[in-house]
Design a protein around this ligand. Structure first.
Ligand code: FNR
Length: 367
């Protein structure tokens, strides 16, 4: 889809139109950073396309005069199973950055996961709104810094830690290399980064990741993390039954099936294709969430039918923020929620507990 600015409706009617508006609004380097994926971007395409290969098995003549989309995540009640994924550096999309995103989360009565690479501080985001917030963590090579960040999140009322496990090193994102994409100063990490990260001739993304993320992190370290915090720990970036079982054993409070928005290992499976394997392996012991490629309310429904407790959305939130600030983020979440509610009505599901595996047909079902 390509449009000239004059052709774009003032108010987008779906998430893809928000993406187009963001593309027209943002400097190319930033748009490429937000929208791009790793290497051939095969997984980037697949994350979206795999949803389109799942069809519905709708039921009719069910009383759907009232639809309840609400759910509860780690005992926090939210209006719909649509959560804001952690994504980096929101101030490149809008001057208010993560503060605007958090306010939109509060207005929509949903949860925001704040990225470790946020442009606003933990304290600024906490003071800005009363949304339920989780804090996404990369374990820093210097454990004292990680401990400080976790303590700050805890002190500022964040309700869970989301440990991202799929980034021992940064995936190769060729657009960022070509654009010489520079990570701007991040206030949460002020004074902690070396000169190499702060000023680099080319893109400093890799230097940033290599310095801050501990590639030796392994399952045993979850014990250390559980020791330094009382917050529940969700593990993000799981794609296989083997790792799902390890996450349960390690005491995770939940799993997020994710391929990091296709920014890490290209040719990883689409997350919606990996979801059921993880759900089956977990046997209901802990909730399973998913993210990657959710662009429609029907995608939310499909994920729930395949066993997800909720979905997280990454890029659509940034596109809303870039296009229209806090209002844009609100609209994106509301659109997905409205579409989801409609999908529930049209498939005969008045509440989330009515959504079952039998409401969708996957490619595997057709074999
Ligand atoms: C991300 N993601 C991410 N994940 C994480 O754990 N910490 C982070 O700082 C970031 N940063 C980040 C930046 C940008 C620009 C993107 C697009 C993604 C991954 C994110 O949490 C999530 O897994 C994906 O974005 C989900 O896919 P969609 O919704 O973008 O298709």
């Amino acid at each position: 889809m390509s449009m000239f600015p004059g052709e774009m409706a003032a108010e987008p009617v779906n998430v893809n139109e928000f993406q187009e508006l963001a593309r027209l609004t943002l400097p190319k380097m930033y748009y490429d950073f937000y929208s791009g994926g790793a290497e051939d971007q095969q997984t980037l395409k697949e994350n979206v396309e795999a949803f389109s290969r799942i069809t519905f098995r709708p039921r009719v003549l069910v009383d759907v005069s009232r639809i309840d989309t609400s759910t509860s995540i780690l005992s926090y009640n939210i209006s719909a199973p649509i959560i804001i994924a952690p994504t980096a550096i929101h101030q490149m999309a809008h001057p208010e950055g993560e503060v605007a995103t958090a306010r939109a989360a509060a207005a929509c009565n949903t949860i925001m996961v704040l990225s470790y690479s946020s442009s606003c501080t933990i304290e600024e985001v906490a003071a800005s709104c009363n949304a339920v917030r989780f804090y996404q963590l990369y374990v820093y090579k210097r454990r004292d810094i990680t401990r400080t960040l976790v303590n700050r999140a805890e002190r500022n009322g964040f309700k869970a830690i989301v440990l991202t496990a799929d980034t021992p090193r940064l995936g190769r994102r060729e657009k960022d290399i070509k654009n010489k994409m520079i990570v701007p100063p991040l206030k949460n990490l002020e004074g902690l980064l070396t000169a190499k990260v702060v000023s680099d001739a080319g893109s400093n993304l890799e230097a940033f990741a290599n310095e801050t993320m501990d590639a030796s992190l392994c399952w045993e370290d979850i014990g250390w993390l559980r020791f330094i915090t009382n917050l529940p720990i969700l593990i993000k970036g799981i794609l296989t039954r083997e790792d799902a079982k390890k996450a349960v054993q390690a005491g995770a409070a939940g799993i997020i099936v994710s391929n990091h928005g296709a920014r890490q290992l290209d040719y990883s499976p689409a997350t919606i294709s990996a979801l059921e394997e993880v759900v089956n392996a977990v046997e209901g012991k802990i909730p399973v969430f998913m993210d990657g490629g959710v662009r429609r309310g029907t995608d939310v429904f499909k994920a729930l039918a395949l066993g997800a407790k909720a979905v997280l959305v990454g890029r659509p939130v940034i596109y809303g923020l870039a296009a229209k600030g806090e209002h844009g983020v609100r609209r994106v979440i509301e659109m997905l929620k409205d579409e989801f509610e409609l999908a529930m009505a049209l498939s005969g599901c008045p509440s989330l507990k009515h959504i079952t595996r039998n409401h969708v047909r996957t490619e595997r079902d057709r074999l």
